[in-house]
Write a protein that binds this ligand. Structure first.
Ligand SMILES: O=C(O)CCC(=O)C(=O)O
Ligand SMILES: [Fe+2]
Length: 463
């Protein structure tokens, strides 16, 4: 019997052991295993079903291949004492198998959770580029090597092993003085569903080798794995800008050209059309700074939502930026309308106002606190942006509610045109304790929305 201490130590050790690869089996459809390939000098494709291939089929495939080389000091070298195998370049064969589901499985393993941020939004993705088909007949092997990185962002390799009958040919991996062996033939034989492929994905710095195939043929497909960000666009893809988006851009440009539109500058505001995982209220108002005797705000978390914008929300952003305007995702807090001075405040994050004490009942105290917090959160700005809402263009415009008579811009307020009406889809709630006659719990609501800076007529892009 091992002691509890020993077992706790064992638990601890398993947590700190890093394994530089991930492997398993992948059930596939029968048609996923059908390989079409070129034979030099012929103008029609050959077909082999790798789920049922005979030795003769695989010998014929081998004949269509070339001898496999390997990279030494930037050159491809043929040396059958180091690598004895046949290969076919990816431009000479085709296969229905789709690697997407497998990539989704190996991504969290290889990226150790760095592929998503705290909001569970994707930030990094693995991209797989099909590289080569390899055929290892009897007596074939590939001695220990590391794969040559093809490009700066290449982080590893993925090897698929097809269910062709063979013995031997295990893939051994070595990293940091530790060794592992993946016997794909045995794994395929033990797979819970058939047909199935075996896969092994490993980092580029892992030394690996294919042991000698004793009988049969071991057929593999290799992929290079690249790290890319979710928004990386592929060279050569030209998205066609559809009519509604073109009309949006034309109208936006026409507005900017009109000197009577927001003459002193201001904001165009859009409610978000989709719901997003907005950050919850921060645990604290920030770090308390003894020197400054106030809370230093935590870094704003709203910018993390920006890459997640979709549909028309993403289009507003893209088009506004294409036109040369700056965009912001902000939380809008409306202060109490019962006050003459009622106005709205924009902040870069969800407010934490739990420490607000309100002795007068709901109203003034929160209003002041929102303005103070907003000012602290909007570090890039001297003052908090106080917004005078004009709802002229939204369909529920109510002239009674409009405070246009007062020239709030002159008081340092910013003019806003709401293009789409604010909804509660992206509303956040901050709670606070209100100490009146009886302590009670109050709430302040904010709404995330998109704001686009419009410079004054004749300035910036409007010059
Ligand atoms: O076919 C295999 O199992 C691995 C092949 C390999 O290591 C390579 O092509 O670099
Ligand atoms: Fe390799």
């Amino acid at each position: 019997m091992t002691s509890i201490d020993d077992q706790l130590k064992a638990l601890r050790e398993t947590l700190t052991t890093q394994v530089p690869y991930t492997s398993g089996t992948h059930a596939v459809k029968e048609e996923d295993l059908i390989l079409f390939y070129e034979v030099p000098g012929e103008d029609h494709a050959h077909r082999v079903d790798l789920g049922r291939a005979t030795e003769a089929d695989l010998a014929a495939l081998t004949v269509a291949c070339q001898k496999a080389t390997f990279g030494v000091g930037g050159k491809d070298v043929l040396d059958e004492s180091y690598r004895k195998a046949a290969k076919m370049d990816a431009n000479r064969f085709s296969l229905r198998f789709d690697v997407t589901a497998l990539l989704n499985t190996i991504t969290p393993e290889l990226l150790h959770g760095q592929h998503v941020d705290e909001d569970n939004s994707k930030v990094l993705v693995l991209r797989a580029e099909m590289y080569k088909l390899n055929v290892y007949g009897p007596g074939s092997f590939f001695k220990a090597h590391k794969d040559t990185p093809r490009g700066e962002d290449m982080i590893g390799s993925l090897v698929l092993v097809f269910p062709t009958a063979h013995e031997g040919g295990a893939l051994s991996l070595e990293h940091d003085g530790k060794k592992w062996v993946c016997d794909s033939a045995a794994e395929i034989a033990a797979a819970p569903q058939t047909p199935a492929l075996a896969y092994v994905a490993f980092y580029s710095d892992v030394t690996h080798a294919v042991e000698t195939v004793r009988t049969g043929y071991r057929v593999t497909l290799t992929y290079n794995l690249y790290l890319s960000d979710r928004h990386a666009t592929t060279a050569g893809i030209q998205r066609r800008v559809l009519e509604p988006e073109q009309a949006f851009e034309r109208t936006l440009r026409a507005l900017l050209a009109d000197p009577t539109f927001l003459p002193k500058g201001g904001l165009l505001a859009y409610s978000l059309a989709h719901q997003y995982p907005l950050p919850a209220v921060p645990d604290s108002a920030g770090e308390y700074s003894k020197e400054k005797r106030c809370y230093e705000p935590l870094p704003s978390r709203l910018p993390r939502i920006v890459p997640m914008l979709k549909g028309s929300d993403a289009r507003i952003l893209a088009t506004s930026e294409r036109v040369g305007l700056t965009t912001h995702l902000k939380v809008l807090y409306g202060t109490d309308r019962r006050y003459e001075q009622g106005y709205d405040v924009l902040t870069d994050d969800v407010l934490n106002i739990e420490h607000v004490y309100d002795y007068e009942g709901f109203g003034r105290e929160q209003e002041n606190e929102i303005i103070k917090m907003g000012a602290r959160l909007n570090r890039d700005k001297e003052r908090v942006e106080q917004v005078h809402k004009k709802i002229r263009e939204s369909d529920d415009y109510d002239p009674e509610e409009d405070w246009e008579e007062r020239d709030l811009t002159a008081q340092g307020f910013i003019d806003v045109h709401w293009v789409t009406r604010l909804t509660e889809l992206n509303q956040v709630r901050s709670s606070y304790v209100a100490y009146g006659n009886e302590p009670s719990l109050g709430h302040v609501y904010g709404n995330a929305a998109l704001f686009v800076d419009v410079p004054a007529a004749g300035q910036g892009v409007r010059a």
